[in-house]
Design a protein around this ligand. Structure first.
Ligand SMILES: [Fe+2]
Length: 427
């Protein structure tokens, strides 16, 4: 859905129960970013189409009131976005528990800059391992868990040396084969998520293994469906929806896999309101690690460039996911995820009160509203400035250094990678 300024006022969010023939759907309040069959505008012609939407577990949609019938009381896209942004910002005001602060302090034995090269190395190794495993499964070979475990242990070690380093490499996307990068990213996000919640190291490793292998069942889906550039038919989509079951089958035949890792793989498409698959589990019938996997899988999918859509920038993704919490995720768990990646995730762009625009290069876990920013643009004069790194935490009492808004890298023609400390490691 386009979010141009004009659209913000004419697009409204309504319940499916308010949908009527003559309305024009411009988007669905659900996370099926990867399902081309559900995109695009659609004019509702008859009641049966509404039933089909409801049968797919969708409870709310966006309508374009400039093209079809209106619902007077419904909130506009502008109002919906403003509420989401405000709610996410509130998470930055949380008083982090002492336990979390202690965990953050204990797990930072090197600076982000000093750990980055190692984080890059272990992430690249993990990518090779996952590519090998997925190819083996495609060829009908047995999965060997040991190389996966070793790769995840190395990544965990890096995360305990400095949690921000490896996380930043997954937040800032590279151009690469999607399936492999997505597998590694889901592993890294899940490990970071567990770590930020204070879980023990073995659980972090098991979650990382589950994340790396969560989509392994896709290797049993015919390639013409998996790589189809076209809209999937209902029958094809049903085959795709079997992939978590295939993942479970493969992992249950794998020696040395934990139940936690299996849970991640089989439950990562379950949704809190029971609209997910393969088992339509509801609420806490979905395990904690299954719920966490769902959040990180969606975040990585919607922030990645695919052949059929451009990845969202991080704050748009978090705002969308906040909306989806009403149906798809546990809100408290999503808020924990925001604590993990940050209100202003590394690689995102922000504008300060003094009209300087910069790239977020590091977050302070205990103070998410005041990240470290590389300032590069004067928004008032619309020109580049000599880059300067400012730790906003040290300026927290100066109003002119307060973050006033997110900015879009494409609006300023900026590639955030270039402004990271060690930019060569993000390429
Ligand atoms: Fe999946």
């Amino acid at each position: 859905m386009s979010t141009s300024q004009a659209n913000l006022n004419v697009i409204k969010k309504i319940a499916v129960s308010d949908l009527r023939p003559g309305m024009v759907i411009s988007g669905y309040v659900c996370d099926w970013a990867g399902d081309p069959a559900h995109w695009g505008r659609k004019t509702i012609q008859q009641q049966g189409e509404i039933e089909k939407i409801r049968a797919n577990g969708i409870e709310e949609v966006y309508i374009d009131t400039s093209m079809g019938l209106d619902v007077a009381h419904a909130p506009t896209l502008r109002e919906v976005k403003a509420e989401a942004a405000q709610e996410i910002k509130k998470i930055g005001l949380w008083d982090n528990s002492r336990q979390q602060q202690e965990a953050a302090a204990a797990s930072k034995s090197k600076s982000l800059q000093d750990e980055l090269a190692n984080a890059r190395k272990v992430t690249d190794q993990a990518r090779k391992v996952v590519a090998g495993v997925l190819t083996d499964v495609r060829l009908g070979k047995q999965v060997e868990i040991e190389p996966v475990r070793e790769a995840v242990e190395r990544m965990t070690e890096s995360a305990f040396t400095n949690p921000g380093a490896i996380l930043s490499l997954s937040l800032i996307k590279r151009k690469d084969e999607y399936t492999f990068m997505h597998s590694v990213n889901v592993g890294v996000f899940l490990m970071s998520f567990c770590q930020s919640m204070g879980m023990d190291r073995e659980k972090i490793v098991q979650a990382g293994i589950g994340g790396m292998l969560h989509d392994i069942g896709k290797m049993k889906v015919p390639t013409e469906i998996l790589n189809s550039p076209n809209k999937l038919t209902d029958a094809e989509f049903n085959v795709m929806k079997a992939h978590p079951t295939f993942s479970e089958e493969i992992l249950r035949e794998t020696d040395g896999i934990s139940e936690l890792s299996v849970q991640v793989s089989v439950q990562h498409h379950e949704r809190f309101n029971g609209s997910g698959y393969p088992h339509k589990l509801e609420g806490n019938a979905i395990g904690l690690y299954g719920q966490m996997a769902a959040i990180v899988d969606v975040y990585d999918a919607i922030t990645s460039d695919r052949s059929y859509h451009k990845g969202m920038i991080s704050h748009e993704a978090l705002e969308k996911m906040y909306e989806w919490c009403k149906h798809h995720f546990d809100l408290a768990l999503f808020q924990q995820f925001v604590q993990c990646v940050g209100i202003y995730p590394v690689g995102s762009m922000v504008r300060l009160e003094n009209q300087r625009v910069g790239v977020v290069v590091e977050n302070h876990k205990e103070s998410l509203l005041f990240p470290v920013v590389r300032l590069i643009i004067d928004a008032k004069k619309k020109c580049a400035i000599d880059p300067v790194t400012v730790d906003l935490l040290s300026k927290r009492n100066e109003q002119s250094f307060r973050i006033v808004d997110h900015e879009s890298p494409s609006k300023w023609g900026v590639d955030p990678k270039k402004y990271m400390p060690r930019p060569e490691l993000y390429r």
